[in-house]
Ligand binder design. Structure first.
Ligand code: PEP
Length: 260
């Protein structure tokens, strides 16, 4: 099996102001030991307004955590009131940017075309997209889950080339499992992540696809992390709700610890 560095990311969505954000990171760091970070990446995606505070905290305390943003605009600058560009994120040491999260697709009209422009912008500045794809319950029940995800991957990655497989992460997030408490079974997660990898093979070449990291997201908790991470094509998780609890997110990050 390819040697893929696991990646555990927390998407805080529109939760926590910059002061609460500092507290959350401090508590998380308190719960984690050096070994917990080893051999995997831990990424925090707070609201934009907390990026600067967390950047400072990570630097001053030497925390082995990386910064991610929840979205971006595809232009570098301009008259786009309320938007944040990739170069602005770069200045804050942001390494990862979510693109195409299902909430942005559903509530902010992000089409595959828009997501594609964002992925290209993120890559053009050397940051790493975490491209989110996933089917709705209706689409799953109609037996279309793989087709939907394939179409999202093709649209969102059109014209994208990847020379270093570390530079693109895909998060498979079934919409029906996000924030609902319903998790895909490890078997379902594996089947879909394998389908994602196979499509990535067609788009980017099999050697690259074998090295790319694919996350599962959707109601990941301390109680299901181990089973999900045991699946061969699940290289990490994207965590929403549980990333807002320092205890729970620490247990997710530290899932390899012996429990006794
Ligand atoms: C998410 O928002 O990406 C997510 C997976 O949320 P939750 O873990 O709350 O289902």
């Amino acid at each position: 099996m390819a040697d893929r560095l696991p990646i555990i990311a927390g998407n805080w969505k529109m939760h926590r102001d910059h002061l609460e954000a500092i507290q959350l990171v401090q508590k998380l760091a308190y719960h984690l030991e050096g070994d917990d970070y080893a051999g995997q990446e831990v990424v925090l995606c707070p609201p934009f307004i907390a990026l600067r505070s967390i950047q400072t905290l990570i630097q001053s305390d030497g925390l082995p955590m990386k910064l991610g943003a929840q979205t971006c605009h595809h232009e570098d600058e301009g008259a786009f009131t309320g938007e944040i560009s990739v170069p602005m994120l770069e200045r804050l040491d942001v390494e990862y940017v979510l693109a195409g999260h299902s909430e942005r697709r559903a509530m902010f009209g992000e089409t595959d075309e828009v997501v594609n422009a964002k992925v290209q912008a993120i890559r053009s500045h050397g940051l790493r997209p975490i491209l989110c794809v996933g089917e709705s319950l209706e689409q799953r029940e109609a037996g279309r889950a793989e087709d939907v995800v394939t179409e999202q991957l093709r649209g969102s990655l059109a014209g994208v080339t990847v020379s270093d497989p570390h530079d693109l992460v895909v998060a498979y997030e079934p919409v029906w499992a996000i924030g609902t408490g319903k998790t895909a079974t490890p078997d379902d997660a594996q089947q879909m992540c394998a389908a994602v990898r196979s499509e990535l093979g067609s788009l980017l070449g099999q050697p690259t696809a074998d090295q790319l990291r694919i996350q599962y997201g959707g109601s990941v908790k301390p109680g299901n992390i181990r089973a999900l991470m045991a699946e061969p094509d699940v290289d990490g998780v994207l965590v929403g709700g549980a990333s807002l609890s320092s205890e729970d997110f620490a247990l997710i990050v530290a899932h390899r610890r012996e429990r006794g």
